[in-house]
Design a protein around this ligand. Structure first.
Ligand SMILES: Cc1ncc(COP(=O)(O)O)c(C=O)c1O
Length: 390
């Protein structure tokens, strides 16, 4: 049996919706994107939703809207997909990493509080949180924002993070690219900070092929991000006049049409993913050497993005991965820590040992095949092969 790593969950009606757009002359910036954006306003209750052509683009718009610029410091997590930190590097800002909670893999709010306190105090106390190099004005670098990530579909501890942010008047950018539809203490992921971002690559909970959405209730920021998405054209600008330095981050109409259809099935899509996660949980939790994901009580709805198990330290992950792959079970190490990516090491001088919890989870985490269209038979096969090969 060959199991796919992930598969989108698409219907014929969704395919027809894309074709219907192709039968019109409007393939960009028409009614479809507005309709798609409205589904996010309806889901989350925020004032503004801005469709973009990737989650990374959405993160970048939030970084610009939060006024983050060269040399500014932003506290974030090294245990994430690289885009959450890259969006800061696009503006030559500096990601200040703090380690994570070992259970959830989300940023540790206690460490965020310490880092904020020390950085605001400045001088030597701030230094221990900063990278070895790559910070230009080391004497008075400015802490500009917090950027937590809802890792693997589980919201970060946002009440604690917001309390710190409020005390120090820092905006919070919640990277919810992996957590569409999740809730934290009953509140939707993405709405828990000042800005939220979702992403729709084909392995995500809903897909538009490529795409993303930013949500915020800040009117001024929303106008600014809409302008930046569209080559910097502010309201009133003509096609060839550009008030701001902008980008082409527009989401096309075909993708938006697909997205609206997928959003109408969000609950169904999440429920199917829940079912697959629960089949895995029943089977994999029985296997010695395998730990299954831990869901916090504050996560009132988990939005399963990937299913990542943790292997016992004694298991050789790479060798196991080869054996699994030879039997038709693809797997991925998840995540390789951001601070140890080669360009991060070059630029900031991070080393192994700097963020031990992140590194430990990074060395032991293994994503197994996962999607809402997996059958119980496929889950049974993957689980049996893991049991036999571990
Ligand atoms: C945490 C996180 N942030 C950002 C992104 C970027 O999204 P995209 O691939 O749509 O640019 C992803 C995508 O996988 C992600 O997982």
């Amino acid at each position: 049996m060959q199991i796919p790593m992930s598969s989108p969950d698409l219907t014929d009606l969704e395919r027809q919706a894309v074709l219907a757009v192709l039968n019109t002359p409007i393939l960009s910036m028409g009614a479809q994107i507005k309709k798609f954006e409205q589904t996010f306003i309806d889901l989350t209750g925020v004032k503004h939703a801005i469709g973009v052509n990737s989650g990374t683009a959405g993160l970048h718009l939030c970084v610009r809207a939060a006024g983050i610029s060269a040399g500014d410091l932003v506290i974030t997590t090294p245990f994430s997909f690289v885009a959450s930190s890259n969006a800061l590097l696009f503006e030559n800002a500096v990601p200040v990493f703090v380690d994570i909670d070992p259970h959830t893999g989300n940023i540790d709010p206690g460490l965020v509080a310490q880092a904020v306190k020390d950085i605001v105090a400045g001088g030597k106390t701030a230094d221990k949180w900063l990278p070895r190099h790559g910070v230009e004005q080391k004497e008075s670098p400015k802490l500009k924002a917090l950027l937590p990530v809802d890792v693997f579909g589980q919201p970060a501890d946002m009440d604690s993070i917001n309390a710190i942010a409020q005390e120090h008047h820092l905006p919070v950018i919640e990277d919810s690219c992996e957590a569409l539809g999740a809730t934290y203490k009953g509140r939707p992921a993405g709405t828990l900070g000042d800005f939220g971002i979702f992403a729709f690559y084909p392995n995500k909970q809903i897909t538009t092929g490529e795409g993303g959405v930013v949500i915020t209730s800040d009117d001024r920021a929303a106008d600014f991000m809409r302008a930046l998405r569209n080559q910097g054209r502010a309201p009133g600008d003509t096609w060839l006049s550009h008030t701001h330095l902008g980008y082409n981050y527009r989401l096309d109409e075909m993708s938006a049409a697909l997205g609206s259809m997928q959003m109408s099935r969000l609950d169904e899509l999440l429920t199917k993913r829940d079912q697959v996660a629960s089949w895995y949980g029943d089977r994999l939790s029985e296997i010695p050497g395998v730990e299954v994901p831990i869901i916090e009580s504050s996560t009132t709805r988990m939005s399963w993005f990937v299913y990542v198990i943790r292997l016992d330290k004694k298991v050789d992950r790479d060798k196991l991965a080869k054996r699994l792959e030879s039997r038709g079970v693809p797997v991925r190490p998840y995540f390789l820590p951001i601070h140890l990516q080669p360009y991060m090491v070059d630029r900031f001088g991070w080393r192994e040992g700097d963020f031990p919890v992140t590194e430990d989870l990074g060395l032991r985490g293994l994503a197994v095949p996962f999607s809402g269209v997996m059958t119980e038979e496929q889950v049974e096969y993957v689980s049996r092969v893991i049991r036999e090969e571990i």
